[in-house]
Design a protein around this ligand. Structure first.
Ligand code: UDP
Ligand code: MG
Length: 331
């Protein structure tokens, strides 16, 4: 609830990268949901939709500016360049955290069922600080995407990184939770792994994920793999331990084998089989290289973290910096 007993103020945070085909369709859907929540007196009339333009190279920012000048419930910020979904979302959440009581983050493409926001808001009003949007099923995904995504969640949890199964970035977060999130200064961002770390009272709302309304996924396989690898290495150090274990498992029999060979040659028997030896060398060499790569990944992350570079730079807003929100009008 708002601190002075008023209706709580909601900011729906929507990262957008080259979404000119999609925004004209989905923006009114967000607005309609916002106004219906206002009508039902669940949220304050000062609530808004905040679009984050993630350095789009199409007309996305112009569309956002037009929306903002046409309706006081639409606002937007623009990043100075493309920083990726996670950073764009963080920029929106950090922008929103001091200007509202709670946020709901959703993708611009309408894949996350906007109607789930009613139940999310209800959970917030019942005292939850974080509400995870969880996909009921993955019917709209290809078999490949479904299989890889589900295996990935399992792997993450096995590796000790706590995440909510089938939850991506459709979630409600109170400003209290976001203010705590602000102290997580990491540049290797994997937000869905950070929210469970915050604690607070949380719950889940289930929804059906739809097909993209228009345009193409900005997550081709290469980006999905990168996000998956980032997720594991920024939340867990278990891969390093697995390497050590693999090293021990390989080295012990190898040492025994070498001892046997030594005894055999001391007894005067000839030791043959250079092919087997070459294969062993290659196998171990390969494993060592993979291991080095994984360790290198962590070192790379440490390198990036120590620089403390800003995660995003906001270059423009549809409102002036000291303005409080939609009630102060638009540019
Ligand atoms: N997005 C972004 N920056 C990027 C890539 C994507 O802000 O560099 C936004 C995009 O506009 C969308 C959300 O992140 O609102 C999710 O992207 P997408 O729908 O392409 O991913 P998918 O749903 O296929 O996983
Ligand atoms: Mg999408």
């Amino acid at each position: 609830m708002g601190s002075d007993g008023k209706k709580p103020k909601l900011i729906i945070t929507v990262p957008c990268y080259n979404e000119e085909k999609v925004l004209p369709v989905t923006a009114p859907m967000f607005l309609e949901k916002l106004t219906s929540l206002i009508r039902e007196e669940k949220i304050s009339d000062e609530s808004s939709v905040l679009f984050v333009n993630d350095g789009s190279i199409d007309g996305t920012w112009d569309i956002i500016k037009n929306l903002a000048s046409g309706n006081r419930h639409y606002t937007g910020i623009s990043l100075s360049r493309n920083r990726g979904h996670q950073n764009a979302l963080l920029a929106g959440l950090m922008e929103a955290k001091d200007r509202c009581d709670f946020t709901i983050s959703a993708d611009a493409d309408g894949q996350d069922d906007i109607n789930a926001m009613d139940q999310m808001t209800e959970e917030y009003l019942n005292g939850c600080d974080i509400v995870y949007g969880v996909r009921k099923s993955r019917k709209t995904d290809s078999f490949f995407k479904r299989f890889t995504a589900e295996s990935y969640y399992r792997l993450l949890n096995r590796l000790g990184a706590e995440t909510v199964y089938n939850h991506a970035d459709y979630r409600l977060a109170s400003s209290r939770a976001l203010k705590e999130l602000a102290s997580f200064g990491e540049v290797n961002l994997f937000l869905r792994g950070l929210f469970p770390m915050l604690g607070f009272k949380s719950s889940r709302v289930f929804y059906e994920r739809r097909e993209r309304i228009a345009g193409e996924s900005r997550y081709p396989l290469s980006k999905m793999l990168a996000l998956a690898f980032d997720g594991i290495t920024s939340l867990s150090v278990r891969p390093i331990r697995l390497i050590t274990a693999a090293g021990v498992i390989l080295a012990l029999p190898a040492a025994l084998y070498a001892a046997v060979l030594l005894v055999l040659s001391l007894r005067g028997g000839g030791v043959s089989g250079w092919k087997a030896a070459a294969a062993c060398v290659c196998l171990i060499g390969g494993i060592q290289l993979i291991s080095l790569g994984v360790v290198g990944e962590y070192i790379g992350k440490i390198y990036l973290e120590t620089k403390h570079r800003p995660r995003f730079i906001i270059s423009e807003k549809t409102y002036s910096p000291d303005e409080e929100g939609p009630e102060s009008g638009n540019l």
